[in-house]
Design a binder for this molecule. Structure first.
Ligand SMILES: *Cc1c(COP(=O)(O)O)cnc(C)c1O
Length: 417
């Protein structure tokens, strides 16, 4: 049993994986938090490293047999330090949410005041939203964006910070199409004695590739996923200066987690190595260029974009003027081979489960090598579908055109069949 290939051991699951591979090939994947991990990363994640326990850190483990694991983890750490220019990296968080929980655990006690951007403005659940542990176990103060231009309201950030004196101030977002001004956040954090945490989950690949300003030198602690624009395995990381090193390490292990996922650690090491190449720098810039071109194409078709455009990898559309709810649009687009997600827009009058917006981004389609010409086609296809969501004939014609385009741009790590 234990030595059977997947197709024999479990044909049902094998089929699901084959279908998912086909879906990831045949459709334009526009969910901004998703990507195609590099082939080498995928290999590492499915390797024998999965079999090893290694609680602790290199040289201080609670299990024997770490000859190879220590090397893997040290390589991941050294490469991230070099790539981002930081004193220390912890590569053990299981994902972005546990990384943030470890940051809270490192600096806060239950009931302490924390501050982050509210979910309705584009912040992440783990930045203090009320249903999350970060909102339940801490006194979470939430800032947002301005009503007129939907940009981060720094006057509000400053006044709330002065009033509530948070222990940690989170910046970074999950649905914000503009650059984050880390220097401005740092000034506010310094004034009130808060530790500034930059959560760059979405943009760590852009930061690594020089396509978004770096929080290094502004934020004392930086948390991130490793599977979004960074194009690594599903995982998390925390970067910090020497001062916070032991607090962070102790919070991750033994504070929050047991054994690290060593295949993931190897994947992070590989992703960090690849992110140092000129090719990756070009990739990061192409993500942003594509996002701008796509935003312009959508604007020219009468779409209302939150903040009026994009200067990162992400676009947020307010569909109110098109008279189509986000969910209906997202479902029609999926049938046409374009996968985005429905999303609330700032000050959304509709409910989170049936919101007014669509969130999309260019990391995955840029990984396939698509450029400005494909972005303009995509913008037109999206408009055609959203303006006629019940026209199944149109939708299936476009699905066919999308598939043809996808066949010309194979995705990394995925063969066409
Ligand atoms: C995606 C994301 C996370 C959480 O990552 P998971 O890996 O899904 O736990 C945290 N913060 C931000 C800003 C994110 O966008």
């Amino acid at each position: 049993m234990a030595d059977l290939p997947l197709i024999e051991a479990d044909p049902e699951i094998a089929q699901c994986i084959a279908e998912e591979q086909k879906r990831q090939h045949d459709k334009l994947r526009l969910i901004p938090s998703e990507n195609y991990a590099s082939r080498a990363v995928m290999e590492a994640c499915g390797s024998v490293l999965n079999n090893k326990y290694s609680e602790g850190y290199a040289g201080k483990r609670y299990y024997e047999g770490q000859q190879n694991i220590d090397t893997v983890e040290k390589l991941a750490i050294e490469r991230l330090k070099r790539l981002f220019g930081v004193d220390h990296a912890n590569v053990q968080p299981y994902s972005g949410s546990p990384a943030n929980l470890a940051v809270y655990f490192a600096f806060c006690k239950p009931g302490d005041t924390i501050m982050g951007m509210g979910l309705p403005s584009g912040g992440h659940l783990t930045h203090g939203w009320k249903v999350s542990i970060s909102g339940k176990y801490f006194n979470a103060i939430q800032y947002g964006v301005r009503r007129d231009d939907h940009l981060i309201d720094f006057d509000q950030v400053a006044s709330l910070a002065r009033e509530h004196k948070p222990k940690v101030l989170f910046c970074g977002a999950t649905a914000y199409p503009r650059l984050i001004d880390f220097a401005k956040f740092a000034e506010i954090a310094r004034e009130v004695g808060a530790i500034l945490v930059a959560d760059i989950a979405h943009i760590s690949g852009l930061v690594a590739g020089g396509a978004h300003p770096s929080p290094v030198g502004h934020a004392e602690v930086i948390s991130s996923t490793t599977h979004k624009t960074f194009r690594g395995p599903r995982g998390g990381m925390i970067l910090c200066n020497e001062e916070h090193r032991s607090a962070i390490d102790r919070a991750v292990f033994p504070g929050l987690q047991g054994g690290p996922h060593n295949g993931t650690t190897a994947g992070i090491a590989i992703a960090a190595k690849l992110a140092m190449t000129d090719e990756f720098k070009a990739y990061a810039h192409a993500i942003v260029d594509n996002s701008r071109v796509l935003a312009d194409a959508l604007l020219s078709r009468g779409f209302d974009l939150v903040t009026g455009g994009s200067d990162n990898h992400l676009i947020l559309i307010d569909l109110t003027n098109k008279d189509v709810p986000g969910k209906v649009a997202a479902q029609a687009l999926d049938r046409a081979g374009m996968v985005a997600n429905y999303n609330s827009v700032p000050f959304d009058p509709r409910k989170p489960f049936d919101p007014s917006g669509l969130r999309l981004g260019t990391p995955a389609i840029t990984s396939r090598g698509m450029g400005p010409e494909e972005m303009r086609r995509l913008g037109n296809w999206m408009a055609d579908v959203v303006e006629d969501v019940e026209n199944e004939q149109l939708i299936s014609r476009i699905a066919g055109e999308v598939k043809e385009l996808c066949d010309q741009f194979p995705a990394p790590g995925i063969s066409s069949r």
